[in-house]
Design a protein around this ligand. Structure first.
Ligand SMILES: [Zn+2]
Length: 411
């Protein structure tokens, strides 16, 4: 029998493994559906062990699927049949002490003291935010305890810093480290963190009703002489023509009033309409006042409802003094009287709106570092006994686990 130590190759599947070792695929049928999912957890670079017999055939194999669990394949006694199991990985978890005297920075000094880059990295991580490393001076001291797992004599998984003590001149400070490797100045503490998200907010707002502000009449004493029509006998042209507006009879010089608030978009001569003012209103309306004797507004001017914008006349194609009043809605001529006559109680209405607001909430996470008191006593004991840093040997070590990087000693 001999032990073979291997690294799982990239792209290799569990079935491939069975095939290369002449293990019948029927083994797969004996594996439960739940366990089959775990076969996909084997990562390239994972180290596994094989126990081979004199013919080079597999007697047993141990293939990790996580830091804690492994696949166990074993040949059943005196047969060519194999069994399958998922079992915990047996490893040693041992405590180590490290002490550095600052000569450049915690990382490189820790690397020098332990010959183990991951310890240096983890120490830097633990000190982050706890110690202003720029304020460290030559001769300051950092001591720490960390745990390291080994499996069959090989480094296994990343080191875990438990506690660190920093002496800056005469000042001393402990840093307690949580499971993830982050340092804290206290053993138990609530740590605030913020969560940002969207919150649905429903609110009501007063909005002008869809009809907008009520329209007024273009004259103080309106008298309709000709109505809006799509087909009307034209007295001057002597033919049927549509009449895109309402004619109001009035004496020359009678003031013309803006039917609503708006902006003058035309003020000038417009062919048969003579002197014309056009006003743009809210809601897609445009009003037109034709045949004026005199215009009193300018293009671009904002006008209020009831404001005098000009005077009745007979300019353009007209039989006598009158107002031709046109009203357009969304680009089409409509019957003005249907809008001007309306006694809508318009105004405002209450409307419901929904919006999503960014919200930031502060939440608290309780940090409790287990065994901190014990670690502190241990660390102080190491210091009193003037224990040396544990220096990792020059033997080649490689660690690879999921989400962790490969550590290689340079040689
Ligand atoms: Zn007309």
């Amino acid at each position: 029998m001999r032990v073979n130590y291997q690294q799982w190759e990239k792209g290799k599947t569990f079935s491939d493994y069975l095939d290369t070792h002449n293990i019948p695929r029927s083994l797969l049928q004996s594996i439960s559906e739940e366990d089959k999912k775990l076969l996909l957890e084997i990562r390239s670079g994972y180290k596994y062990y094989e126990l081979l017999d004199n013919n080079g055939e597999i007697d047993q194999a141990l293939i990790p699927i996580s830091e804690e669990m492994q696949i166990h394949i074993f040949r059943k006694h005196h047969s060519q049949e194999y069994g399958f199991d998922i079992i915990p990985i047996v490893y040693r978890n041992q405590e180590y002490f490290g002490k550095i005297e600052i000569s450049s920075n915690p990382y490189s000094d820790a690397l020098k003291a332990t010959n183990y880059p991951q310890v240096a990295k983890r120490l830097s991580m633990a000190l982050k935010g706890m110690v202003n490393t720029k304020k460290l001076h030559k001769g300051d001291e950092i001591s720490f305890i960390y745990m390291q797992k080994t499996r069959l004599g090989e480094l296994y998984a990343m080191p875990k810093i438990k506690i660190a003590k920093i002496r800056m001149g005469k000042k001393e400070q402990y840093v307690y480290v949580d499971e993830e490797g982050y340092g804290y100045s206290e053993v138990g503490k609530k740590v605030a963190y913020t969560v940002t998200g969207k919150k649905k907010v429903v609110y009501t707002r007063r909005v002008s009703s869809s009809k907008g502000k009520r329209f007024g009449m273009p004259l103080r004493h309106p008298r309709v002489t000709s109505s809006f029509s799509y087909r009307r006998w034209h007295p001057i042209l002597h033919r049927y023509r549509p009449h895109h507006g309402t004619d109001f009879g009035a004496r020359r010089g009678t003031p013309l009033l803006a039917v609503n608030d708006g902006k003058v978009i035309f003020a000038g001569w417009m062919g048969g309409y003579g002197r014309v003012v056009k006003i743009k209103h809210a809601g897609g309306y445009i009003s037109l006042y034709a045949h004026q004797s005199r215009i009193r507004v300018k293009r671009g001017q904002h006008v209020k409802k009831g404001q005098i914008i000009g005077y009745v006349g007979s300019t353009g194609r007209s039989t006598g003094p009158h107002l031709h009043f046109g009203l357009m809605k969304n680009g089409r001529w409509i019957d003005p009287m249907k809008v001007l006559r309306k006694k809508s109680a318009a105004g405002t209405i209450l409307k419901k709106f929904t919006k999503y607001e960014d919200v930031t909430t502060t939440k608290y996470r309780k940090i409790e570092i287990k065994g901190a008191e014990e670690s502190r006593k241990k660390l102080d004991a190491y210091l009193i006994n003037d224990a040396p840093s544990y220096i990792w040997g020059k033997e080649r070590f490689k660690i690879k686990l999921q989400d962790e990087e490969v550590i290689e000693n340079e040689e």
